[in-house]
Design a binder for this molecule. Structure first.
Ligand code: DLZ
Ligand code: SF4
Length: 499
């Protein structure tokens, strides 16, 4: 009996279910396919990260003595899609059994159902899609906070018996500090490309030069060993201050105290369990404060698991909704970064250079603008899916569709995350070097986020006014006189039409 064991590009984990019990005579199948590289025009660094990490992972399995059938991009016989490559591999190996681990994306699951494979659970997550569905069953609202508390109880992370450590589930109110000018973030660990990575970089440059983003400098870890070093650097040098400045933004300093390990988690070089355990241990040993460890663990044990659960619960219909009827095309500056709005120019510039931006940059700058401007969810979602090294649809779609754009009408978020320039001014130093002024509401100097914010509320009044969490801004809007409202709308329209 020989088994064909399939490993996809975001399944690079030795303990993966499809690799369990691998025996002599079995073959591990890994495939570089054009279809995956091209379903969106991924950032060049994301392509290099995934393909180089795949090649390194295959080498590690071979060093262990496993037989790996690795189909390279440049193999002339490569047919370019998962399904046809699995078919070719079956012809080569005549396996008696095929096993695969459930994929991250709905799109790939539809393909996988046709491979004749036993599809195993992806045990790398704390919650399976089935356990999330059981949690969601019968609930009217699927709030992350309630899910997170259950996950804390089930995992035992940051628990003191039945009670949350420190007597509180959530320390978010400690995690919104603005960054003082004299507090300097630590330098980040980068990993110089080795020969395998350089070969992939040359291929990406040759075949995908029209894709978004800068290829160089490439500093991502592409092996588990280096990803563990990046994790270690985060825990020792960054975690202690991660909580305090989690929501802060600083020009020229995109990483701040963030972990920047999401790409490694999402392709499998690190596991969610080990990174949470490290953060908890840092708190228990007195190295990091509880608000930092809790804030980090909530992202991984709470948010990350919650968005995956929601994705599998709601797909494929989830992607189809457009609750606010947003139809505007994505402006060109999302690709070039060329805009006079400094916050957007900075965040998009960093995204081009690093294939990374942190959660508040994504939610409150690019996401907030897309929400206020009424950009088409499909175009915005494609952008988020391709520009970030950590973006796979299961995590990108709920975060963009539900959280940033409110396109699901409130399945995920209890209100739209709409904010005016004052929020960006409070949490960043971007406004100081912007041609607009965050404290000016109308006119040529006014920050566009200001009139776009009120215009968003006016445009969506019938849809949002009844939401209790929107009561305050709508009370303020009621007090605004008609002439001022008309001027807000006029300026917002003129601005949007000129995009
Ligand atoms: C993102 C990606 C890319 C660019 N290329 C490949 C590939 O050539 N082979 C592969 O197995 N996986 C790739 N991936 C990751 C897949 O798209 C990923 O497995 C799906 O998103 C399913 O979650
Ligand atoms: Fe962004 Fe407005 Fe501040 Fe300029 S003034 S950086 S557009 S928030």
């Amino acid at each position: 009996m020989t088994t064909l064991r399939i490993v996809l590009g975001d399944q690079l984990t030795r303990g993966l279910s499809s690799l369990r019990g691998c025996a002599a005579g079995d073959t591990v199948l890994m495939m570089e396919v054009a279809e995956e590289a091209a379903y969106v025009k991924h950032h060049k660094q994301k392509l290099v990260l995934v393909l180089s990490a795949m090649r390194h992972f295959a080498e590690e399995l071979r060093r262990e003595g496993l037989a790996v059938d690795y189909v390279r991009f440049d193999d002339p016989a490569n047919t370019g899609s998962f399904t046809s490559e699995v078919r070719r591999a079956i012809a080569r190996h005549a396996p008696t059994r095929i096993v695969a681990t459930e994929p991250g994306e709905w799109r790939v699951m539809e393909m996988m159902k046709g491979w004749g494979a036993e599809i195993l659970d992806d045990g790398r997550f704390f919650a399976s899609p089935a356990s999330f569905a059981a949690w969601a069953g019968g609930r009217r609202q699927l709030r992350m906070e309630w899910f997170y508390r259950d996950m804390r109880r089930a995992s035992g992370l940051l628990m003191e018996g039945e009670e949350p450590a420190g007597g509180q589930w959530n320390f978010d109110h400690d995690n919104r500090k603005a960054l003082p000018g004299d507090v300097v973030p630590p330098p980040r660990r980068r990993f110089a490309p080795d020969a395998i990575t350089r070969e992939v970089m040359a291929m990406v440059e040759a075949r995908f030069s029209d894709h978004f983003g800068d290829l160089e400098p490439f500093g991502w870890a592409v092996t588990r060993e280096d990803a563990l070093e990046a994790l270690d650097h985060f825990i020792t040098a960054c975690l202690p201050r991660f909580g305090d400045y989690q929501d802060a933004m600083k020009q020229g300093s995109g990483f701040l105290w963030h972990s920047v390990i999401s790409p490694y988690l999402n392709i499998g070089l690190l596991t969610a369990r080990e990174v949470c355990a490290r953060a908890e241990e840092a708190w228990r040993s007195g190295h990091a404060p509880l608000n930092a460890a809790e804030g980090f663990i909530r992202q991984v044990l709470g948010w990350r698991e919650y968005v995956r659960g929601l994705y599998w619960l709601k797909m494929p219909a989830y992607a189809e909704t457009n609750a606010l009827g947003a139809r505007r095309k994505l402006p060109e500056f999302y690709w070039t970064g060329e805009t006079e709005m400094n916050c957007l120019a900075q965040v998009i510039g960093e995204t081009r250079r690093h294939a990374y931006a942190h959660h508040i940059q994504r939610l409150m700058v690019t996401g907030n603008f897309a929400l206020l401007a009424g950009l088409d969810p499909r175009e915005v979602e494609e952008w988020y899916l391709l520009v970030y090294a950590d973006a796979f649809e299961w995590v990108e779609l709920p975060n963009t569709h539900g959280m940033a754009l409110f396109a699901d009408g409130g399945v995920m978020a209890s209100k739209p995350y709409a904010a005016s320039g004052a929020y960006i001014d409070r949490m960043s130093d971007y406004c100081a070097s912007c041609r607009f002024r965050p404290d000016v509401k109308l006119g040529a100097k006014a920050c566009p986020f200001n009139y776009l914010y009120w215009d968003f509320l006016i445009r969506n009044e019938t849809k949002l006014k009844a939401n209790p969490r929107m009561a305050m801004p709508y009370r303020t809007l009621t007090k605004m006189d008609g002439a001022r409202k008309a001027e807000v709308t006029r300026q917002a329209e003129a601005f949007l039409n000129a995009l």
